[in-house]
Design a protein around this ligand. Structure first.
Ligand SMILES: Cc1ncc(COP(=O)(O)O)c(C=O)c1O
Length: 382
């Protein structure tokens, strides 16, 4: 079985984690601080805050930006539910704006049309690792005084006209979930160039305490902390950070491996009734997180979900990114979204299929994926 999104974990990560376990300090401490420094340097951002998930990072960003009851936050319906759930956590309304079919990313024009006097922020998601049209988005945000929280869960390595996605907009958030380009099992990071936002998010990531445990317990004399904000328990641990530091050292090497697999897939699937992902837009670097085929359903006798079952029988795990959020019961019930509201997102949602794309894949596994996809698609072709 080729598992979808299997992480590549090597002996040096295992040794680093064991060293941390033996060090006597396993919660947020020196390793997490080192990881924050290394990560903010990689993203060329001024500040970084390590947290226990990207969901926590999104929540902290909204709180720090002062978004709450009665506010509206514009985002894409083609994302993981966390992006919109956190908007509800702060009492605001997620307002979806449709995507472009070619990039699958939020359409700046749709953002513009969705702005009301309640709009306070926009959360562009760099889906699959493809950077959004940030120039247009930033210019709309500036005009309407909106905070830009960039969901970079898929896009650690992505750049937009020479700038890392982690240093564009007001706040950028990253995921280190098991399937991500860099993993710490679970984990996340926030980067920003705003010192005030960085300070507030760092405080809120650990109960709103003025000092974190490492500073309180490791000094020669006891130091007291003050509770300065009603914070959360969102900090990363040193165990996660030890793994993250090693993964970050390999991030560019692993990207090259995924780029090679990407090219092999593009060539292998060119003659099938599918659409391979569009090339990266000029001046951008795609982080190659997800290889998403669009099935040409008009020329196939089976649905995407039936094709997934056939692939599973061939031992190939696949993913769907994503079932569009406005069709989920929560967003239908609470906000009254309906089929037809976001036609491009719906069109993609019905036919998108993510294939295994991991630095862990061996050349023979890549050949197996190609052979199985070709066999299954040919079998169900009209
Ligand atoms: C686009 C996007 N945003 C946010 C998240 C949430 O990340 P995490 O699982 O680290 O909370 C995910 C997770 O898959 C995601 O795909």
């Amino acid at each position: 079985m080729i598992t979808f999104g299997a992480p590549r974990i090597e002996e040096d990560e295992i040794r680093a984690v064991v060293r941390t376990l033996r060090s006597g300090w396993i919660s947020k401490g020196p390793r997490a601080t080192d990881f924050e420094t290394a990560f903010r340097r990689y993203e060329r951002a001024k500040f970084a805050v390590s947290v226990n998930s990207c969901t926590a990072a999104l929540h902290l960003a909204l709180v720090a930006a002062g978004i709450g009851e009665g506010d509206e936050v514009i985002t894409t319906p083609l994302t993981f539910c966390a992006t919109a759930n956190v908007v509800m956590h702060v009492g605001a309304k997620p307002v979806f704006a449709d995507v472009k079919r070619s990039s699958m990313n939020i359409d700046p024009e749709a953002i513009r049309k969705s702005i009301t006097r309640r709009t306070r922020a926009v959360i562009p998601v760099h889906l699959a690792g493809r950077p959004c049209e940030m120039q247009a988005i930033l210019s709309i945000a500036r005009k309407h005084k909106l905070t830009v929280i960039s969901d970079c869960a898929h896009a650690i390595e992505a750049t937009y006209h020479g700038t890392k996605v982690g240093s564009i907009g007001d706040v950028a958030v990253f995921s280190f979930y098991a399937t991500k380009n860099l993993t710490t099992g679970e984990g996340g990071m926030i980067t920003t160039n705003h010192s005030r936002l960085a300070r507030v998010m760092a405080l809120d990531s650990l109960h709103g305490l003025s000092r974190h445990a490492w500073q309180r317990y490791s000094n020669k004399r006891p130091i007291h902390y003050s509770v300065v904000r009603p914070g959360f328990k969102y900090n990363m641990t040193d165990i996660q950070a030890a793994m993250g530091l090693k993964q970050l050292e390999k991030i560019e090497r692993y990207l090259k491996i995924r780029e090679r697999i990407w090219t092999q897939y593009d060539e292998a699937f060119a003659s099938l009734p599918v659409v391979v992902p569009a090339p990266a837009e000029r001046g951008t670097r795609h982080a190659r997180h997800l290889y998403t085929l669009l099935l040409n359903l008009e020329h196939l006798r089976k649905s995407r979900d039936e094709i997934r079952v056939l692939l599973l029988k061939e031992g190939i795990g696949t993913g769907v990114h994503f079932v569009t959020l406005h069709r989920e019961p929560l967003f239908k019930r609470v906000f009254g979204y309906r089929r037809g509201d976001f036609p491009n997102a719906e069109w993609i949602s019905e036919r998108t299929l993510s294939l295994p794309l991991s630095a862990k894949l061996t050349p023979s596994e890549v050949r197996r994926v190609i052979a199985a996809v070709t066999r299954v698609i040919r079998k169900v072709e009209r």
